[in-house]
Write a protein that binds this ligand. Structure first.
Ligand code: NAD
Length: 316
């Protein structure tokens, strides 16, 4: 008998790809990691550096570099190859170049016999995830974009800071586009079960007058705050990717907001958008439809419209 190894391939060994690999190795999420980059020397350099961590870790995760032919038996492939926005560009400005890069990846990966789960991180992530779904021909459950997973962490941090609790006790979602148009369904935000509205009302001395629209803008702009100071962002998304992979490989049914193909949920179809999703070994197993007020639904649909229009530029 042979027990199958869990294997994650990372395509694109830049800052996001290598940080994600580091998270996966240090957390011992899988048995094997395959690093692939158009710059093969860079991929191998990352492998050597990552191998040097093993001695002081709890688990010997095998890290290798390779080619698309080695992807056939991967459980998850994380696509982080891309062209991050240059100064003055938005994520949407990288759409065409990102689609081109992605196209050069998906064909050869599918030729390898890959039948696992794509986790797309390259921006603009909702559109590129849809592109991967179309190009790969895989079932929708098997193509996931990291979507608003990172923006949700940012939102929870901002709320936590405001009311002085651990961000993990904040139940809140950023939804829609991973980009400037994201929205927050405030009516379902709770601090460990207590409505955020009630928390604000009961703690006026602590939180003062909270401008919720301002908090949404801050959440969406957080990436740029980091970008302006250090040129790019990678730890947050790397941690989100490791969390998503863990949930999938460990078959946890954990709910994480990721980008998935909507088929009638929230009144939207044929578009990838960030919504809470039940993740397990099948990938994006089901969408959780949380209650939204009329105003929240209008905001969600406005964000989805932006995704839909941009996606149309790259789909056949
Ligand atoms: P980076 O420039 O550091 O790395 C990109 C890597 O992709 C490079 O190593 C490059 O050689 C490789 N690459 C380019 N073309 C390739 C190809 N055709 N095949 C294989 N590899 C190729 O960039 P980064 O900072 O790691 O960002 C990567 C992507 O992740 C960008 O699209 C960025 O916008 C995105 N990103 C997404 C999120 C999110 O929340 N979804 C967060 C941060 C960054």
């Amino acid at each position: 008998m042979i027990i199958k190894k869990s294997k994650i391939a990372i395509i694109g060994c830049g800052l996001v790809g290598s940080s994600t690999a580091f998270c996966l190795v240090t957390q011992g999420v899988c048995d094997e990691i395959l690093m692939i980059d158009i710059n093969q020397e860079k991929a191998y350099g990352e492998v050597l550096d990552l191998r040097d961590t093993i001695k002081y870790l709890d688990r010997n995760v095998k890290v290798k570099s390779g080619t698309y032919e080695d992807c056939g038996d991967a459980d998850i492939i994380i696509i982080t190859a891309g062209a991050p926005p240059k100064p003055g560009q938005t994520r949407l400005d990288t759409l065409e170049i990102s689609a081109k890069i992605t196209e050069s990846i998906v064909g050869p990966v599918m030729k390898s016999g890959f039948d696992g789960i794509f986790l797309v991180v390259s921006n603009p992530v909702d559109m590129i995830a849809h592109f991967v779904y179309q190009k790969s021909g895989l079932p929708k459950q098997q193509v996931i974009g990291s979507g608003t997973a990172l923006d949700t962490a940012r939102l929870q941090n901002l709320i936590a800071e405001l009311v002085d609790v651990d961000p993990r006790s904040v139940y809140a979602y950023s939804m829609g586009e991973h980009g400037d148009s994201l929205m927050v369904p405030w009516s379902s935000v709770t601090i460990a079960g207590k409505s955020f509205y009630d928390v604000i009302a009961d703690n006026k001395e602590l939180v003062g007058d909270v401008d919720l629209d301002e908090l949404v803008i801050k959440t969406a702009r957080e990436g740029w705050e980091i970008y302006q100071r250090k040129g790019t962002t990678y730890y947050g998304i790397a941690s989100a990717c490791a969390g998503i992979c863990k949930t999938i490989l460990y078959d946890e049914n954990k709910i994480i907001p990721v980008s998935t193909l909507l088929e009638g949920e929230y009144g939207e179809s044929d578009v990838f958008a960030g919504v809470p999703v039940i993740l397990n070994r099948h990938g994006a197993a089901d969408v959780l439809e949380i209650h939204m007020t009329e105003d929240e639904l209008v905001r969600f649909k406005a964000s989805v419209k932006i995704i839909r229009e941009a996606t149309a530029k790259i789909l056949i």
